[in-house]
Design a protein around this ligand. Structure first.
Ligand SMILES: [Zn+2]
Length: 359
């Protein structure tokens, strides 16, 4: 027995995780890894305190605790022993934060570490403000989000049904297109990616702004098989459209992504710090259930103690699901390297010359 190492918030790294790493991941993961979707946040930039009420609105709010760059770097060394890991890092997409300070903090911390920053970009920004941001060293692109349309203390879903161009307006896209910026897009709607407006607007965005490096976050939030079956095929033929697989633990979703999109346009990501959570996810129709061993408010149906004792990190469960699906589709080391590193690396390199020209 080795003592558990504190990871973040209530999570720690235990012998169960060490064994899981050795058994399933150590021999399979490539030497270099890019996590293309990580949140790095300094709690000092929070303008309004987190309240119990807010925490309970949504499970992510309950498990999310701001994680700064130093802590993020320390954890990378623990969960990926012996690997070279870089990141595409995002600030907090949340108007409860001082976004100017949070973006500036993220940019500086990324520059120090060879990571790349996506600046959180509220739709209220002018074209000039977007240009100024994209010209800063260390900024690879933008992170728009529907919660940035306007604040609502009661719910984070006030703007869930917005259209993509409501929070990623055309004047922002014009500047991003000129500069070949990277945009990680979290799609709106309770219906998720399959909503006809999403399919139509993603296609319109790609047609009108072909130089934007567009990455659809979390496979379009297709965490369940029906969502993936309906949402992924209509967008799968676009050779210039990329998807990050962060927060996706579902083998059924990954299977559809592998079949329809393939390893050349999928990017590895974690959505950490949330996925340091321990446990496993289950799916029923269009719903998912998070099983975890910590007595969170949302964690009402606990599994038996023996099962809980076997829980590893969600991010490890996600990697194991990816490994199994790669095996099913005969995706060998080249394909695994593409997903885990090379695709993101290629996109980062294609975004940067546009920046260097203006230095
Ligand atoms: Zn995220």
């Amino acid at each position: 027995m080795t003592d558990p190492i504190p990871l973040h918030y209530v999570w720690e790294y235990t012998d169960v995780d060490r064994r899981f790493w050795e058994e399933h991941l150590e021999g399979w993961l490539p030497e270099r890894i890019i996590d293309a979707h990580v949140h790095v946040t300094n709690r000092e930039h929070r303008l309004e305190p987190m309240t119990e009420e807010k925490r309970r609105q949504f499970w992510v709010s309950e498990v999310s605790e701001p994680k700064d760059a130093t802590a993020t770097e320390r954890c990378l060394g623990i969960v990926f022993p012996g690997r070279q890991v870089t990141q595409v890092a995002l600030g907090p997409p949340n108007l409860a934060y001082d976004l100017e300070a949070a973006n500036e903090y993220l940019r500086r911390e990324c520059l120090k570490r060879g990571w790349h920053a996506l600046s959180v970009c509220p739709p209220a920004w002018s074209a000039e403000r977007v240009a100024e941001e994209l010209d800063k060293p260390g900024v690879l692109g933008l992170k728009p989000y529907y919660t940035l349309i306007s604040a609502d203390r009661k719910t984070r879903d006030r703007h869930l049904e917005a259209g993509i161009f409501d929070y990623l307006p055309h004047h922002v896209l014009e500047v991003a297109d000129e500069r070949r910026a990277w945009i990680t897009l979290h799609v709106p709607k309770a219906q998720r990616l399959p909503h006809p407006d999403n399919i139509r607007q993603v296609k319109e965005l790609r047609r009108r702004y072909p130089n934007v490096i567009l990455v659809i976050a979390h496979l379009g939030r297709c965490y369940t098989e029906p969502h993936a079956r309906e949402g992924i095929p209509p967008l799968a033929d676009d050779e210039g459209l990329y998807f990050d697989i962060s927060a996706v633990l579902n083998p059924a979703t990954l299977r559809i992504a592998m079949r329809e999109i393939g390893p050349e346009r999928l990017l590895y990501g974690t959505d950490n710090p949330v996925f340091y959570m321990r446990g496993r996810r289950q799916w029923k129709g269009r719903e998912y259930i998070n099983r975890t061993s910590y007595p969170f408010h949302f964690n009402k149906e606990r599994e038996d103690p023996e099962t809980e004792a076997g829980y590893t990190l969600y991010m490890y469960e996600a990697l194991k699901a990816l490994k199994d699906v790669c095996a099913e589709f005969d995706v060998g080391p080249d394909g695994v390297r593409a997903i885990m590193h090379d695709n993101a690396d290629r996109l980062i390199k294609s975004a940067l010359p546009g920046k260097r020209d203006r230095d």
